[in-house]
Design a protein around this ligand. Structure first.
Ligand code: NDP
Length: 477
């Protein structure tokens, strides 16, 4: 047999991805370290298409047509290296290893470099959409060589999600680690989206006084407008769910400590290295971290502060409209920051990433899929060298229209003591960019004072230092 593609690592993701390939007419070789899982897959789903089960690495590699396309869907990190070490010696120049796990892009860059010496194409591929996506169509973000995409692209296009206009949600993002980098930022943006939605919910609950079921209805209304997105849709589902055991809203019986697997943290770590201000994502990661410090929160509960006053019915409805404006404005800023990070990564690593294309492949299959992404694609298509999404006239106009409500919602949150770190961070970013002067001038003065770090002047070129400890004359450094 000559399978067109092979999948090794048959946990939820790998199994569903293999089934997706088979359901689309490809012959799929399947392999797993623990062979019983391979047998289970074929027993349970063998009727869906052509599977070639392989017990050993050798059998697996021999089952593949050449050049071989081998997908790895194992736990990210050391297991990925272990699997590469096992398979690489069995491969030949021109073969492709596709890593669909959530690898760190720096690992992907290393693996790509090492395997390139052997003539093997290593294709680090971001896959978003969870297990449902893997089966029915994920958003796929492959990196690696152009040659590998020529061979793989048509298959990936077939199994990927399709956007509303029918376009497959996959593109060759760029060389080596570009795909995993973009997947990482996707997850960072997802963190920020979730945090912003969480803050909107908290305000509707504490300030407007709505019940979770009422808030679910508000989110459903929002989901018919410009905020139309998967995350808003599932938020309404979660909020309207009632716990079977207690009869309480589900959201009230869940412990309020958010966990994380690490891609949001990676996004922020890399943003710090690149010098890109992704404050919405950072606040989202910190908000999860704050929530998890149960002891600290318990010990702080008595601290002074206002208690939210609940609004009357009419005021509440008006407030909810304002929260929608705030959420939308903050979302624009958050995506502006995320795309800035992708642009900066592309610049740093010479990836030449098409930002509009990235937005377009997130329209289907992935967690942040949203109508809004079309707007981002249009903005970059209209002006490929757009320095920032906020420089797009359409987004700038929308924020201009939303900003009074945006500011008023955040002011209310502050005066009533409801924490809205991501709302506030996005507004501060916006105002920082607008500001004619920033206190950075003072910062430079302080740095020059204590550390002779020098400064530039607004009125002439050069680098200067003031003799702070002496007669305070200015010297040219
Ligand atoms: P897991 O991350 O739980 O990984 C389990 C798989 O890895 C099993 O097939 C296991 O084999 C294999 N494995 C672990 N260690 C080794 C090793 N040393 N050598 C060989 N095989 C090993 O599976 P998931 O399906 O959840 O995820 C797969 C990948 O996809 C991960 O990188 C994940 O981050 C990524 N991903 C997951 C998403 C999700 O929603 N779950 C979404 C997008 C990406 P065995 O059966 O023998 O133990």
């Amino acid at each position: 047999t000559h399978a067109q593609i092979g999948v090794t690592g048959l946990a939820v993701m790998g199994r569903n991805l293999a089934r997706n390939f088979a359901r689309n007419g490809y012959t799929v070789a399947v392999h797993n370290r623990t062979a019983s899982k391979t047998r289970e897959l074929v027993e349970e789903f063998g009727g869906e298409g052509e599977f070639v089960p392989a017990e050993t690495a050798k059998e697996f590699v021999e089952a593949l047509e050449r050049p071989r396309r081998l997908v790895i869907m194992v736990k990210a990190g050391e297991p990925t290296d272990a699997v590469i070490e096992e398979f690489a010696p069995l491969l030949e120049p021109g073969d492709m290893i596709i890593d669909g796990g959530n690898a760190h892009f720096a690992d992907t860059r290393r693996r790509e470099r090492e395997l390139r010496e052997q003539g093997i194409h290593f294709v680090g591929t971001g896959i978003s959409g969870g297990e449902e996506g893997a089966l029915h169509g994920p958003s796929i973000m492959p990196g690696g060589s152009v040659e590998s995409y020529d061979s793989l692209g048509p298959m990936l296009e077939k199994i990927s999600a399709k956007a509303d206009d029918g376009a497959p949600c996959v593109t060759h993002v760029g060389p080596d680690g570009a795909g995993h980098f973009v997947k990482m930022v996707h997850n960072g943006i997802e963190y920020a989206d979730m945090q912003l939605i969480g803050e909107a919910y908290q305000l509707l609950r504490d300030v407007a006084g709505y019940s979770p079921a009422e808030i679910a209805d508000i989110f459903r209304t929002w989901n018919r407008g410009r905020l139309d997105s998967y995350l808003i849709e599932i938020t309404a589902e979660v909020l309207s769910h009632v716990d079977a055991e207690t009869g309480e809203p589900f959201v009230d019986v869940v412990v309020d400590q958010a966990e994380q697997k690490g891609t949001g943290r990676w996004t922020v770590q890399i943003a710090l290295d690149l010098g890109v201000p992704v404050s919405a994502i950072a606040e989202a990661v910190f908000a999860r971290s704050v929530s998890g410090h149960a002891g600290l929160r318990e010990a702080s509960r008595h601290l002074a502060g206002p208690s939210p006053r609940t609004l009357g019915k009419e005021e509440a409805a008006a407030f909810a409209d304002k929260v929608e404006q705030a959420l939308y404005a903050s979302k624009i800023v958050s995506y502006t920051q995320g795309f800035h990070q992708i642009a900066a990564g592309s610049e740093e690593y010479d990836w030449d990433i098409d930002l509009g294309k990235v937005a377009s492949i997130w329209r289907g299959g992935c967690i942040i899929r949203a109508a809004f992404l079309d707007r981002i694609t249009q903005a970059y298509e209209a002006q490929p060298d757009l320095p920032s999404l906020l420089a797009d006239q359409g987004f700038a106009d929308e924020i201009a229209a939303a900003q009074d409500d945006w500011r008023s919602v955040i002011a209310t949150a502050v005066t009533q003591g409801v924490p809205t770190p991501a709302f506030a961070a996005t507004l501060a970013y916006y105002d920082s960019l607008r500001a004619p002067r920033l206190p950075a001038a003072l910062t430079q003065g302080q740095r020059d004072y204590f550390g002779a770090h020098t400064y530039h002047r607004t009125d002439r070129d050069g680098t200067f230092h003031t003799l702070w400890g002496g007669d305070r004359t200015e010297t040219s450094a």
